[in-house]
Design a protein around this ligand. Sequence first.
Ligand SMILES: Cc1ncc(COP(=O)(O)O)c(C=O)c1O
Length: 368
Amino acid sequence: MPVPMIDLKAQYALIRDDVNAAVARVLESQQFRGGAESEGFEAELAAFGQAKHAIALASGTDALLLMFKALGIGPGDEVITTPFSFFATAGALVNAGATPVFADILPGTFNLNPEAVRAAITPQTKAILPVHLYGQCADMDAFRSISSQAGVHLVEDAAQALGASYKDQPLGTGTAGAALSFYPTKNLGAAGEGGAVLTNDDAIAERLKLLRCHGSAVQYEHQIVGTNSHLHAIQAAVLRVKLRHLADWNEARRAHACYYFKVLGDLPGVVLPEALPGAYHVYHQFVIRVPRRDACVALFKERGIGCGVFYPKPLHLQDCFQQLSRALPCPEAERASREVLALPMFAEMTRDQQDEVAAALRDHLAAG
Ligand SMILES: Cc1ncc(COP(=O)(O)O)c(C=O)c1O
């Protein structure tokens, strides 16, 4: 039985009427930017995220870029981050004019290693940018303490982690803000592109509102140079429908993760993901390490079972960053890139589908 990596049609089937009505509402209103849907979504997102402000933007990439701009991060500034993330994490830094400084990850959680970050701080360091990879918060106690000691900003790349928390503290706690992505395959996915920032800082929220609108609060008056980065009203309307289900969907993902732990726990050589104590993991991805990873990918493909490699090449090894970044040794990120395998994970997944994944993994290991 084929098993998809994610099944957006299954999700849509459950909410079709509400989504269709939401889209129709926007079309009837003919208001495609701002207005009731956008404002309603921002208020509901802030409430869901337990943050003072949610600023909706055109993408997660813009959420990062505009956060950096809001904080005045630019040329001459170094920002310490992980090399084991989606490209946008560091790409947005370069687009802001800053220099990414890559520090290694922890092998268990795949998240940025606080000790490596400490070692990477220089007088040029302006911020630390942990990524809550795969839906699990990085060690935020450690990063809050390092950033306050060093007197630098702390920004969260929470693109994969809406709904995650650390020691019951929501995203944005004690940081400048958390960047979110609503890329369609995210736990909260739009019908297109979208992003947002959650922040408790009034000044940053105001700055982001200016930046997303070419620096203008009053039409044709521009206080600063920003860009055009709005969440489309159709996306806002769709996301409002989906947001009502997100807590349940995240819980379903956690239940599926528990089942994977149960059925994969005894597989020789397979390393299951490590939970950071106190972290509420929303399992955007369920990522294991597996021997002979690339052969396993081939077998999954043959059987029509979805899987993914996030990420096959760490950022510090990407051609484009050779001149534009600085990197400490990152052996764990390099090892992870050779060993990780993301298994199918979506709220509507069935136990039969998970059993099929487990059987394929067992067959792969037996073939070795
Ligand atoms: C860790 C991380 N950061 C940033 C982004 C960028 O988000 P977007 O694709 O919405 O621009 C993504 C998602 O794709 C991501 O996974």
